[in-house]
Design a protein around this ligand. Structure first.
Ligand code: SP5
Ligand code: ZN
Length: 342
């Protein structure tokens, strides 16, 4: 297994997350990658590579240019405006307001480009997001060249980031950027299988009207789970994308047996759709000990997950998404990757 990682992902060190009405230390923190790296090295899962810088072009292939400029400038504009804390939106173009104008001031732009308020923008956030997508691109480039599986230890994660919105700890959609890259280099249909506890609303939105990317997600039922306004089973794609989006919302407390049976359905759909590459949005927040999630995986169950993913029989790139039980995140990731190798 080739493993991609960049120290620059540490440049995101936000101090605040708005959680249940309180500003807390963010769940999505640099220690996450420290502990995954430590376990990857201890278990000798594979060789570690630093990706090259791929620039903005692959980002602009799936994200809005004005959105990317906003992310690049937001922190500086926030500081220049004299604000003290981190950049947190507090007003949106909500349903009864106008959504067709982007005002000039940073507070208003924040609401326009944000889909949630838990994700503060801090110094270094843009640079870390750039490094994170480079990690994904390094991994996909490796798999495209060799056919061998790769793991990208992306941070910040990506699957909540939409065409022109950030949130859910995500800024650039690493899996979407990687999938687009695979298509540009000749793949005909890429499957993105999202196993994070939360629905990958951003990935779904980016590819919703396309049939060259099959998006399949298993996640907590949006009736009771973030991001709430996306992830229902009746979201099946639109236009030529009809039938190329499949959501499996599952109730809190879903057993691993049920989850694995659902995964088998997802893998059957990937086979049926004749995909020629698999990108896994690998969130390990399906772990029983996750502080913000409600599925029931044990550390051992992650090995089974890795084994099942192998059954797709496709060139595979695994990209890190969520997972916030910091003490166990490393072993859980290692177990998926070692399961995959067998
Ligand atoms: C990539 C990823 O996993 N993003 C997750 C973002 C979730 N942000 C909002 C979390 C709200 C959690 N509320 C549940 C509280 C349980 N006590
Ligand atoms: Zn998640």
């Amino acid at each position: 297994m080739h493993i991609f990682y960049s120290d620059k992902t540490r440049l995101r060190q936000a101090r605040t997350e708005l959680h249940d009405g309180v500003l807390v230390a963010p769940f999505e923190c640099p220690e996450r990658v420290d502990l995954v790296l430590k376990q990857l090295q201890q278990a000798a899962v594979g060789e570690l590579f630093e990706p090259r810088a791929f620039g903005l072009e692959p980002v602009l292939a799936v994200h809005d240019a004005d959105y990317v400029n906003f992310l690049a400038d937001c922190w500086h504009e926030w500081v220049a405006a004299g604000h003290e804390g981190e950049a947190i939106p507090n007003i949106w173009p909500a349903r009864t307001l106008r959504g067709d104008r982007i005002p000039r001031v940073v507070s208003a732009k924040l609401g326009y480009y944000a889909l949630a308020a838990e994700t503060s923008i801090s110094e270094g956030t843009f640079e870390a997001a750039m490094a994170s997508k480079d990690v994904a691109l390094g991994a996909v480039e490796q798999t495209l060249a060799t056919g061998e599986p790769s793991f990208g230890l992306c941070r910040p994660p990506g699957h909540h980031a939409a065409f022109d919105q950030f949130g859910g700890y995500c800024f650039f959609n690493n899996a979407a950027i990687a999938a687009q890259r695979a298509l540009a280099s000749g793949k005909r249909r890429v499957a993105i299988l999202d196993v994070d506890f939360h629905h990958g609303n951003g990935t779904q939105q980016i590819f919703y009207e396309r049939d060259d990317v099959l998006f399949i997600s298993l996640h907590g039922d949006p009736e009771v789970t973030f991001p709430y306004y996306s992830g229902y089973a009746d979201e099946t794609g639109r236009g030529s994308g009809e039938g190329f989006n499949t959501n499996y919302p599952l109730p809190p407390g879903t057993t691993v047996d049920t989850w694995m049976a659902t995964l088998d359905n997802a893998l059957a759909r990937i086979k049926e759709a004749q995909c020629d590459m698999l990108i896994v949005s690998l969130g390990v927040d399906i772990f029983e000990g996750d502080p913000i999630s409600a599925f029931t995986f044990t550390s051992g169950d992650f090995s089974l997950l890795g084994q099942r993913l192998t059954q797709a029989g496709l060139p595979t790139v695994l990209l890190m998404e969520g997972g916030y039980a910091v003490d166990d995140i490393g072993i859980n990731v290692v177990n998926v990757l070692q399961g995959f190798k067998q």
